[in-house]
Structure formats: structure tokens, C-alpha cells
Design a protein around this ligand. Structure first.
Ligand code: FES
Length: 157
């Protein structure tokens, strides 16, 4: 005789699935990489230039950020940069550290919820200003100043 799964068992099974295989990218056949619940594309490297006070992203060379609701990582280990850039709404972007303040795992942008979620199974959730929405993380993500100048994002780091 089979027994119905309790709510606790279902949550546990879901956590195991999240920790093993995630199907959130299946069915997405877009040629432009998109951020999902557990994956965010890297920005096109040719779109980024570095200067003394920060970096500039040429949006004409960054299709990964073209759509409202898209997001991309900007990583430069030599400069100790680990960023996520989110195209929040028309002409509005935000830039934050992409490393969860709980255990340093990478976060992704969840466009459906308009929030950032840690890829770790604990799934801390952050608002776009960096504040913690759900732990276990206790500390906000660091956010960075960003200004749109014509077709470029100028980011202070
Ligand atoms: S590292 Fe993000 S929730 Fe633990």
C-alpha cells in the first residue's frame, strides 16, 4: 500500500532535485542567453572595458542584457570583480555582488520574481537593492553605482 507524501517529504524531495538536476533551462531555445532560477549567462567580454574608477559596458555589444528582465555576470578575477548586472526596466539597471553573503555561492536573477536567488540549495533570496528577503543569509549583497550614458553602463566599483 502506498502512502501519500507529507508536505515535509515533498519539500525534501524538491530540495534533492534542486541539488542534483535543474530543468529550468529546458525548453528555452532562445539564441540569447537568459537568466533563470539557477543560471545566469556571462556578459559578452567584448562589451566590457575597464578604467580607473570602474568599468563600462557597451550595451550594443551585450545582447545578454538587451531584454528587460535579463541579467548577466561580469567577472574579472584579476580585479577581484564578481558582479551581476540586471536590466530591471526600461533604462534602469542594477549591479550587485554575485556572491551570496551566506556562504559565497553564486546567485542568479529570477526574472519571474524580480529577485536574486542563491544557487546553493539553501536559496537565500535578495532584493534588487541587495537587502535580504529570505535567509539563511543575514547580510545584504553589496550594490554598486551604475549610470546609463547613451548606450553604455558606467559602473563604479
Ligand atoms: S551560500 Fe547562499 S544560501 Fe548559503
Amino acid at each position: 500500500m502506498q502512502h501519500a507524501m507529507t508536505r515535509r517529504e515533498m519539500i525534501g524531495a524538491g530540495a534533492l532535485l534542486v541539488g542534483s538536476v535543474c530543468g529550468c533551462r529546458t525548453g528555452d531555445d532562445s539564441s540569447v542567453p537568459r537568466s533563470t532560477c539557477c543560471s545566469t549567462p556571462d556578459i559578452e567580454p567584448e562589451s566590457v572595458t575597464y578604467g580607473p574608477g570602474g568599468l563600462t559596458i557597451d550595451l550594443l555589444k551585450a545582447p545578454s542584457l538587451r531584454e528587460i528582465g535579463s541579467a548577466a555576470y561580469v567577472v574579472n578575477e584579476a580585479r577581484s570583480l564578481q558582479l551581476i548586472v540586471v536590466h530591471v526596466e526600461k533604462d534602469a539597471y542594477c549591479v550587485l555582488s554575485r556572491l551570496c553573503t551566506h556562504g559565497g555561492q553564486v546567485i542568479s536573477y529570477q526574472r519571474e520574481r524580480g529577485m536574486l536567488q542563491c544557487n546553493n540549495f539553501n536559496h537565500s533570496i535578495f532584493l534588487l537593492d541587495g537587502r535580504v528577503r529570505k535567509g539563511p543569509a543575514q547580510t545584504p549583497l553589496k550594490s554598486y553605482g551604475v549610470v546609463l550614458v547613451e548606450d553604455a553602463l558606467v559602473i563604479s566599483v
